[in-house]
Design a binder for this molecule. Sequence first.
Ligand code: ACO
Length: 428
Amino acid sequence: MSKSADLRINDQSYSLDIITGTEQEQAIDVSNLRKESKFITFDDGYGNTGSCESSVTYIDGDSGILRYRGYDITELAEKSNFLETCHLLLYGELPTADELGLLEQRISKFANLPDEVLSTINALPSSAHPMAVLSCGLQALGGAFPELATNDRKKDIENFDDAAALIISATRSITASRYRHQHGKPIIPSDSSKGYCDNFLSMMFSSETGQSGVPEQVSNALDLIFLLHADHEQNCSTSTCRMIASGGANPFASVAGATSALWGPLHGGANMAVIRMLNEIHESGDDGSRFVESAKLGKSRLMGFGHRVYRNYDPRAKILKSACDDALEALGVSSPILEIARKLEEVALQDPYFIQRKLYPNVDFYSGIILQALGFPTDTFTVLFAIGRTPGWLAHWREIALTGKKIHRPRQIYQGSNLRSYTPLSER
Ligand code: ACO
């Protein structure tokens, strides 16, 4: 097969290299096109643009495939857990028992926040969204550990193991501490005898005596949600993280920026939007059919449906749909909005509008229902997504730090005013 592509512009030919990925995906390399031709490529929203070569995650959206470091998401969901998956993403391999023990040790060492970080997050306005708090908290954390956040790439790489464990640990503590503070409750210190999710649930909800009483199924369901969110290649927030890292910024700043990017309702914020939508449908007495009709007319959007990459199904949604049934059964919770979600899915999947546009439930469609059943307030859902996605962001930070050569800097096609002269204020 040809290893190059020919591009013809105004009678001039350019030979462009073809890059082939390990799963045989093909890309035309335009890195030198502007230098040779003065043309740039244009791809609004980057839907056809590969921004990097990466060894972290592979997605085949047409076939509904998602793999972390070569492992299929379904197998990981069944056999692994969030902390093992963190190691896999960060370092490329599943951990040995010793490596896992070391990661656990580092994570528990950093579980309680320094006082200055606590006072920073508690000083934010009470109306600040948990995502804003998390982003600020991460920057404050970098400030509290300046030796781990130097913006000197060599040093930041040397200290990456500690920085990564600290960030993975602190996303949890920042979320729990702020939640307790907002509800006028004392902070519950980390208990290193507990697993990552158990400890988090205890820091959030346990009574002041420190007894969490969290059923195993609850922490398992949360662990699964974190694992399923742990990476998703070059999405909006991960690209943001890589963009920030490409300029040489430390992991704390890069993950704080990625957190802000995740916040929006078209990205991580969709899990909150799904619950709001389901509640509204429930309160209006609709079983979902009317809402689907209004989405088809463009009057509303079926949140938790559609994905830029998956055009067949989102494998994470499939896993979560059955986990949702199990978790609700284990908790003995009945959810009227789960019935509505099922009905919406059933109606939409048979409707030509959704079939033609290849719109299927995405990971956010069922995750919110589980999180609600687990007792999390709706405004923390996106933060929980961020906690899960943190190892992925860090893996991409490390990849850029170890292999990235250039600062990321896209170009544009300028469509504004031509040169004009300044008009003094008095003449305007
Ligand atoms: N409900 C109704 N119609 C939809 C939906 C939806 N959820 N999603 C897309 N469409 C329609 C669009 O109106 C458009 O129709 P048209 O061709 O008649 O104009 C067509 O499908 C294509 O839509 P785009 O917005 O161009 O698709 P894109 O790939 O840019 O967007 C996105 C993907 C943002 C996820 C979109 O499907 C969406 O807004 N979904 C709802 C929000 C959501 O669930 N986001 C979470 C994504 S997963 C994640 O980040 C974890």
